[in-house]
Every structure is written in C-alpha cells, then in structure tokens.
Design a protein around this ligand. Structure first.
Ligand SMILES: Nc1ncnc2c1ncn2[C@@H]1O[C@H](COP(=O)(O)OP(=O)(O)O)[C@@H](O)[C@H]1O
Ligand SMILES: [Mg+2]
Length: 286
C-alpha cells in the first residue's frame, strides 16, 4: 500500500478546513495517509512514497529553512524546484515576459525606497507571502508616507516588497481561482476582495491568514484560457495548481500562480477531493 504524508504546519495539525475530507478521500483510494508538520523533526520523510505540500503557511518568514526541507524530501509534490521558483512572487515577472497577462508588478529589495502612483490606488505586499499577510492598500501621494512605513517594516524583516496598482474591479466581481490536478482543470472559486480601502495587514502577525469569503464559481472562457496558458508556461510536472485571476476591463490578469501551498477549497466542489486523491495515488505509484 503506497504511503503518503500530507504536509501542514504545527498550528494546523489536521490541515485546512478540507483536511479531513482529503484524508478520507486518500484512504478511499487505498492510500496510507497522515498529516504531519513540515518542520516536525520526528518525521522520516524518506519513508513516504509521496509527500504532498498542503497547508504549510508558516513558511514566508522562514523560506530558506522551508526550501532546505523541500529539497531534503526525496519524493515531493510539487517538486522542490517548482517550490523554489514559485514561493517568491518575482516569478510574476517571468510569466509576464512570456506573454501572460499579469498584474503590473514592481519589486523593491531591502535598501530600496518604494515608488508609487501619486494619483491612483496601489498595493504594497511582501514578495514572499501568503494568506494576505502583510498586504496593504494605499491611495495616491497622500498615503505615500504610510506606504513607505509599511514597506520599511517588510524591508527591516529582510523581505522584498512588491508594489502593484490596486485593480478595483475585484471589489464588485471578486477574484477567480482555478484549481487543477495533474494537468487537468478541476473546479473554480470566487474569492471576495481582501483589501477594503485602508487595509494594512500586519507583517508579522501571529495569524497565518486573513479570513476569506469563498464560493464556488463557473469561470468565464477568458479565465479558463488564461489559466491554461499560465500552466502551459511551466516546464516541470505539477500535481496541484491554482491560478488566481483579477478581472479588468481588458480581461482577466494573473495575480498569483500557486504551485507551492495553495488552499484548494475541496469543500466547494463535490468530487474534487476524490479527483485530488486519484492524482496523489498516481504520483505515489510512479
Ligand atoms: N493589485 C491588487 N489589486 C487588487 N487586489 C489585490 C491586489 N493585490 C492583492 N490584492 C488582494 O489581496 C489578496 C492577497 O494578495 P495576493 O497577491 O494574492 O497574496 P497572497 O499570497 O497573500 O494570497 C488578494 O486575494 C486580493 O484580494
Ligand atoms: Mg492570493
């Protein structure tokens, strides 16, 4: 019987909300399976036929330790090289360069002073981050001192800062997340806007994520097309992927490709836990 470990973080010993569902689905396809924290020193990662990264959401402040762990795990999904590349939002620049419509993004390393539009809204957030932690929304020149103070907090923690225009169509239409397993589209969700005017999420808060409003969604043909294009740009195999798109007047644009530790919202789509479990079983047997 193939054995699988689902990797989480110490604060979420049974994974995310859909953790029990995934565990049951894996058992349903005949796998031996358990949840373990990625930084638990008692785990023999080499003993598993496959380790699947899931809710490891405490890694942004410890990314090098996390990547070291990923490279130590002999059979990891997604592959460590993909995690290296995808756990820093600078990958957005690479995807934009190969023609993927992407939220315009500028990166500022520690020591650099951020610049921002003086007559429009913008977002300041960490290049390495998850769960909307450290994300903040500002408006124009009047907010620049606040935006720079927020960037300074991130810089002081050694973190590179990402500045983007605030794409306000998200306020009415929400964000679309397309979920794929092993090359195939599975389901999609709508995520409500996460940054009401004036939001400054803490950089080093004790929580792992900001509460989200998630519902099932049928993606548009244009969203499907961009999602497929994003994934076609990857040259390493992946077991799971989520493509997050923001609506604009010119069509959907990529805000985030998640092939590291995405929430997959299995409880919004009947059958999706089973589809993921089948994909896990196939990878574990390979
Ligand atoms: N440029 C933007 N325009 C509009 N909303 C944004 C923008 N950047 C971030 N947000 C909001 O903040 C949330 C978190 O940002 P995201 O880039 O997805 O980082 P994380 O890795 O923390 O999920 C998004 O789901 C979205 O609601
Ligand atoms: Mg996101």
């Amino acid at each position: 019987v193939p054995s699988v470990v689902l990797a989480t973080c110490a604060d979420l010993p049974d994974g995310d909300d859909d953790g029990p569902e995934l565990l049951a689905a894996c058992r349903g396809v005949g796998l031996t399976v358990e949840w373990r924290a990625w930084d638990d020193p008692r785990v023999d990662w080499a003993a598993a036929d496959l380790v699947v990264i899931r809710s490891t959401w405490d890694y942004p402040a410890r990314r090098s330790e996390f990547l070291e762990w990923a490279h130590r795990v002999p059979r990891l999904a997604n592959p460590a090289q993909l995690v290296d590349w995808n756990s820093d939002k600078r990958y957005l620049a690479g995807l934009a360069a190969v023609g993927v419509p992407t939220v315009p993004s500028r990166f500022f390393a520690p020591g650099e002073e951020i610049t921002a539009p003086d007559d429009a809204e913008y977002v300041v957030k960490p290049a390495i981050g998850s769960g909307s932690m450290g994300a903040a929304r500002f408006a124009g020149a009047a907010d620049l001192p606040g935006a720079r103070a927020h960037a300074r907090h991130l810089h002081d923690a050694g973190r590179t800062v990402l500045v983007q225009p605030y794409l306000a169509d998200v306020d009415a239409s929400g964000e679309t997340g397309l979920v794929y397993f092993a090359g195939r589209y599975s389901h999609a969700i709508r995520k409500g806007p996460m940054l009401p005017s004036g939001t400054v999420n803490p950089v080093d808060g004790r929580s792992l994520f900001v509460e989200e409003s998630i519902t099932a969604r049928t993606p548009s043909a244009a969203e499907q097309e961009v999602g497929d294009r994003v994934l076609a740009a990857l040259d390493l195999p992946w077991l799971y992927a989520r493509v997050d798109l923001l609506p604009t007047g010119g069509g959907p644009v990529l805000i985030e490709l998640e092939v590291t530790e995405p929430s997959l919202f299995l409880n919004t789509s009947p059958g999706s836990a089973g589809r993921l479990a089948e994909a896990i079983a196939t990878w574990a047997a390979a």
